[in-house]
Design a protein around this ligand. Sequence first.
Ligand code: HEC
Ligand code: HEC
Ligand code: HEC
Ligand code: HEC
Length: 156
Amino acid sequence: MSNHVLRPLFVVAVLVFLGLLARHFIVPKDFGIGRTGYMYGWHRKSNVEDWKAVKVKYRTAEYCKDCHSDKIDLIMTSPHAIINCENCHGPAVDHPDDPPKLPIDRSRELCLRCHFPLPYPTSGRGKIRGINPELHNPGQACSTCHNPHKPELSIQ
Ligand code: HEC
Ligand code: HEC
Ligand code: HEC
Ligand code: HEC
């Protein structure tokens, strides 16, 4: 073979070798059980402990029940019943210990995330009633007229 083939081949061989060498040092010793093939083999034993240590951030509406039952009672009889509180208020984590309060977002953007009309024929998103934000009471917070926990009670 001529040199212009051998030289790049040599470079590739060196790169492969360096890759394998790096892998030898970087991949943790407990990675891969090996025996059961790749489906279960892509696994690091100590990772199980890492995952156990991951802090749960979202607690679902069930968690809010004891302290904000008024909001739960309201939302459950509204078309927003399917939306989790934390979808609008962010993750509860250890609230009310940490953080003592959850944020309240009164921006129009919060609602337009779901109520900007999108013509997705094959997804549920397309069925949510949309409004044109430039024509539908522009400049005013949606919650001045719609209670976010019972939005159909408009005009209060
Ligand atoms: C153990 C009781 C408790 C639980 C559980 C709880 N909260 Fe709270 N929450 C509080 C207290 C106390 C405050 C502070 C009230 C205040 O200072 O006016 C608060 C404040 C808030 C606020 C801010 C209210 C404001 O006027 O600024 C929001 C929003 C909120 N909580 C949402 C939630 C959501 C959503 C959940 C469930 C994921 C939840 N909370 C679970 C007790 C609780
Ligand atoms: C669609 C978004 C949305 C959802 C879902 C939602 N909220 Fe709210 N929440 C808001 C907005 C916006 C405000 C501010 C309302 C206002 O300005 O009058 C608010 C205000 C609050 C407040 C403080 C004001 C008050 O009246 O005490 C609490 C507490 C609260 N929400 C708890 C909850 C809980 C608990 C749930 C679940 C049952 C929930 N929210 C679900 C958007 C939402
Ligand atoms: C996560 C998605 C989501 C967010 C965020 C959201 N909505 Fe909704 N909303 C829905 C769904 C789903 C329905 C029920 C289907 C429908 O009526 O189109 C609904 C229904 C409504 C309705 C129709 C009520 C009726 O039956 O007459 C109003 C009004 C409304 N929402 C206002 C708001 C306002 C105001 C906000 C912001 C505070 C908001 N929504 C945030 C998903 C959302
Ligand atoms: C000044 C009061 C006011 C404000 C502000 C307001 N709305 Fe409305 N909204 C209404 C009234 C009244 C209706 C019912 C009559 C109609 O369809 O126009 C309505 C209807 C709706 C509907 C149902 C539409 C349908 O096809 O049945 C949705 C969804 C909605 N609003 C979402 C929003 C969102 C999102 C915002 C903020 C970006 C918002 N509204 C701001 C008064 C308001």
